[in-house]
Design a protein around this ligand. Structure first.
Ligand SMILES: *Cc1c(COP(=O)(O)O)cnc(C)c1O
Length: 388
């Protein structure tokens, strides 16, 4: 038994660590819920809660008071149902042919986005003699999912066979506050809702909630901002940081001017340089395209930004540590954290923070951090629910 922590420490120092601050996550949800001016604040937890892990994320959000969740796939909804027996769960990608019984079995609410989906749900509900709930997705410009304006009349007729509980649409570019499309989409959505039976409405994703005169309506659907991504690009991030990703140095070496590093010799040492090989590669979501981009990716170690040099390989990357204090085997470097935000790494990698999050790899040691106060609260909740 006394050996165990030591063995565990050894494993931890030799591994990339993803630390998820569940208090910060819960506080981000609370901030967004407060911002929503009385509208309900749901949580979007698709793609394994944007890569952070759906079970711990959903539990922390439930404890904070979140009652409504959105996933993309039926299978994600089935997993979430095990974690959140009472929650309202919407499935954004809608209804696959013949999937109706599966939705009902797990009490999942499909977001119906086309006439065929709506009529299949209506037929099923008629056969069952039950007004099962569904949401209606209206297309206001994305041309991806959702009913067009010309479908609304026919859809309304079918809606008498089930219980339409939410009308929703999705912004194309809410992160660009000056985009005239935002207003256009709001107007189209209002017009569409006027043609449907009365029901609660939802339009805002994270960035939508930060638009001037944000259309909170009845329900908001933030995802990215919950996880600490900046919903207001170009401005200070109003959210708390939720994740830290660090990894360890495997080796340090000095190379002479003219030596190259990594596959295909894509980098040549301009002078004598000191390089560290770090325990992270593209299989961990450290995107290979990053080191190829115009900016180049940095990690942060011992007070300095250290550029990645050469190609990122599957399990490894090489960083130039010539400018930093001596680093040695086993030392840790920051990949995401106080010095490097999700949005910064994304910009350096030529992508968006959403992709950085959802590519977070399966090989990290994951540490979920919850303060004693919140753990105590969780115990209270469990005690009171088991005494009921
Ligand atoms: C993913 C998604 C969201 C959440 O968007 P964020 O920008 O992550 O807040 C909301 N609504 C729909 C339809 C989505 O697909």
């Amino acid at each position: 038994m006394p050996d165990e922590p030591a063995a565990d420490d050894a494993r931890a120092t030799g591994q990339a660590i993803l630390r998820v601050d569940l208090d910060a996550l819960a506080e981000n949800w609370r901030r967004l819920a407060d911002r929503a001016e009385g509208a309900e604040c749901a949580a979007v937890v698709k793609a394994d809660a944007y890569g952070l892990g759906i079970a711990p994320v959903a539990r922390a959000l439930l404890e904070e008071g979140c009652e409504t969740f959105f996933v993309a796939h039926l299978s994600e909804g089935e997993i979430l149902r095990q974690i959140a027996p009472e929650a309202r769960i919407f499935v954004l990608n809608g209804l696959a042919p013949e999937a109706c019984p599966l939705f009902v079995a797990s009490r999942l609410i499909p977001v119906l986005g086309s006439l065929p989906e709506i009529s299949e749900w209506a037929d099923f509900c008629r056969e069952e003699g039950a007004l099962h709930p569904a949401a209606i997705h209206i297309d206001t410009g994305m041309n991806r999912l959702g009913l067009g304006m010309s479908d609304l009349r026919r859809a309304s007729d079918l809606m008498t066979a089930f219980s339409p509980v939410l009308a929703m649409s999705h912004f194309i570019s809410a992160e660009d506050m000056s985009a005239p499309r935002n207003r256009l989409q709001i107007e189209r959505f209002e017009q569409a809702c006027a043609e449907l039976p009365p029901m609660p409405a939802s339009l805002c994703n994270s960035s939508g909630m930060f638009l001037e005169e944000a259309p909170f309506l009845d329900l908001c659907r933030p995802g990215y901002a919950l996880y600490g991504g900046n919903p207001t690009p170009g401005n200070d991030n109003p959210m708390r940081r939720v994740i830290d990703l660090s990894t360890n140095v495997l080796q340090v070496r000095d190379v002479a001017a003219g030596e190259t590093a990594g596959y295909n010799a894509r980098w040549t040492a301009p002078s004598r340089r000191r390089l560290a090989t770090i325990n992270l590669g593209y299989a961990d979501g450290f995107l290979r395209s990053g080191a190829e981009g115009p900016l180049g990716v940095d990690v942060f170690a011992a007070g300095h930004y250290c550029p990645v040099v050469g190609r990122i390989s599957m399990d490894l990357a090489i960083v130039d540590i010539s400018e930093t204090a001596p680093l040695k085997r086993g030392d840790r470097v920051e990949v995401l954290g106080p010095q490097i935000s999700i949005d910064e790494l994304a910009a350096q990698s030529g992508t968006i923070g959403y992709e950085i999050l959802t590519r977070l790899g399966p090989r990290f040691r994951r540490e979920y951090v919850r303060s004693a106060e919140n753990i105590a609260r969780q115990d209270d909740i469990e005690a009171s629910s088991s005494s009921e």
